[in-house]
Design a protein around this ligand. Structure first.
Ligand code: C2E
Ligand code: MG
Ligand code: MG
Ligand code: MG
Length: 280
C-alpha cells in the first residue's frame, strides 16, 4: 500500500484512485438494478422534545446491497445525484415515507408524529417534483401537514427563486420545511428571511464538541437565537450525550435528535426505543 511506503513516495497513478473510480462505476450500475429489485429501505430516527415525548422522526435511506451488505447514504447519495438516479430514488423514498405516515395516522399513539424526509437539491429542482409529491400524498392518503421536507442551503445555489416558489406552493398544502445542516452552507442571512421555512436544524458538527469547544457552543447558541427571532422552530441533530442535550436546552433548543435517544432503525423498533427511554 502506498501509505505504508512512506510519505515521500509520490505516485502519479494512485491505484486507490483507480479503485475508487471503478467502485463508483460499479455502484452506479448496481444502483439502477437496486431500484428495480427494491434493495432500498428507510430507517427512522426519533425527534424528541422535553419530557422525552416523541414528536416525530427523520427518514434515512439505507441500501441493503446483496454483496456489500448495508450501504449508507454518504456512499451513494452523491452518485445518485450525479447520475440523476436521485429522481427515481427520491420518488421511492417519498412514497415509502408517506405510506409510513399514513400507517401512523391510523393509530392514536402515533397519529401526531411528523415525518421529516431529506430531499436533495437536484430532486427538488426537478420540474415535476411538486406535482409528483402532491400525487404521492393523494395516493397514500398521508396528511401533508405531517410531512416535513429537509432541504439544504445548496438548493439555493442555482435558482433560488424557483426553489422558493416551489416551497411556497407546497406550503399552501401544509407541507413544512426544515433547513438541514444549518450553519455549514453558503447562503447569506438575507435568503433566510425570504425562505418559507418552519425550522432550522443545527448541524451535528456544532453539537459534537459543544461541551468542550466554546466556539461551537457560541455558534449553536447563536443559531437558536436566530431561529427564535425569525419565529422558526429549531432542532439539534447528532445529540449523543445528556450533557449536550442539557446545554442545548439551556440555549433554548428543546427539540433533539441523536444517538442519545436512538439509532436510526425500522419504524417499529424506533417506537420501542422511545417507549423505554427515561424522560430528559
Ligand atoms: P442528515 O440528513 O444530516 O442526517 C443525519 C445523519 O447523522 C444520519 O446519517 C444519521 O444517522 C446521523 N446521526 C444521527 N444521530 C447521530 C448522532 O448522535 N451522532 C452522529 N455522529 N451521527 C448521527 P446517515 O443516515 O448516514 O445519512 C447521512 C446523510 O445522507 C444525511 O445527513 C442526508 O444528507 C443524506 N440522506 C440520508 N437519507 C436520505 C434520503 O432519504 N434522501 C436524501 N436525498 N438524502 C439522504
Ligand atoms: Mg436530514
Ligand atoms: Mg442534518
Ligand atoms: Mg448532516
Amino acid at each position: 500500500e502506498a501509505k505504508a511506503q512512506g510519505r515521500n513516495t509520490l505516485r502519479f497513478f494512485d491505484p486507490r484512485i483507480q479503485q475508487a473510480v471503478a467502485e463508483r462505476t460499479a455502484l452506479e450500475a448496481d444502483m439502477r438494478r437496486a431500484l428495480v429489485q427494491q434493495q432500498f429501505i428507510l430507517h427512522y430516527q426519533a425527534q424528541v422534545e422535553a419530557g422525552g415525548r416523541l414528536v416525530g422522526a427523520e427518514a434515512l435511506v439505507r441500501w441493503e446491497h446483496p454483496d456489500r451488505g448495508r450501504v449508507y447514504p454518504n456512499d451513494f447519495i452523491g452518485i445518485a445525484e450525479a447520475t440523476g438516479l436521485i429522481v427515481p430514488l427520491g420518488a421511492w423514498i417519498l412514497h415509502t415515507a408517506c405510506m409510513q405516515l399514513a400507517a401512523w395516522a391510523k393509530n392514536a399513539e402515533t397519529a401526531h408524529l411528523i415525518l421529516a424526509v431529506n430531499v436533495s437539491a437536484r430532486q427538488f429542482r426537478h420540474v415535476h417534483f411538486v406535482a409528483e409529491l402532491l400525487e404521492v400524498l393523494r395516493e397514500t392518503g398521508a396528511d401533508p401537514a405531517r410531512l416535513k421536507l429537509e432541504l439544504t442551503e445548496s438548493l439555493l445555489l442555482d435558482d433560488a427563486e424557483a426553489a422558493i416558489a416551489r416551497m411556497i406552493e407546497l406550503r399552501t398544502h401544509g407541507v413544512r420545511f426544515s433547513l438541514d445542516d444549518f450553519g455549514t452552507g453558503y447562503s447569506s442571512l438575507s435568503y433566510l428571511k425570504r425562505l418559507p421555512l418552519d425550522q432550522l436544524k443545527i448541524d451535528q458538527s456544532f453539537v459534537r464538541d459543544l461541551i468542550t469547544n466554546a466556539n461551537d457552543a457560541a455558534i449553536a447558541r447563536t443559531i437558536v437565537a436566530l431561529a427564535h427571532s425569525l419565529d422558526l422552530a429549531v432542532i439539534a441533530e447528532g445529540v449523543e450525550t445528556e450533557e449536550q442535550r442539557a446545554l442545548l436546552e439551556r440555549f433554548g433548543c428543546c427539540l433533539w435528535q441523536g444517538f442519545l435517544f436512538g439509532q436510526p432503525a425500522p419504524a417499529d423498533q424506533m417506537l420501542q426505543q422511545i417507549s423505554t427511554l427515561v424522560a430528559p
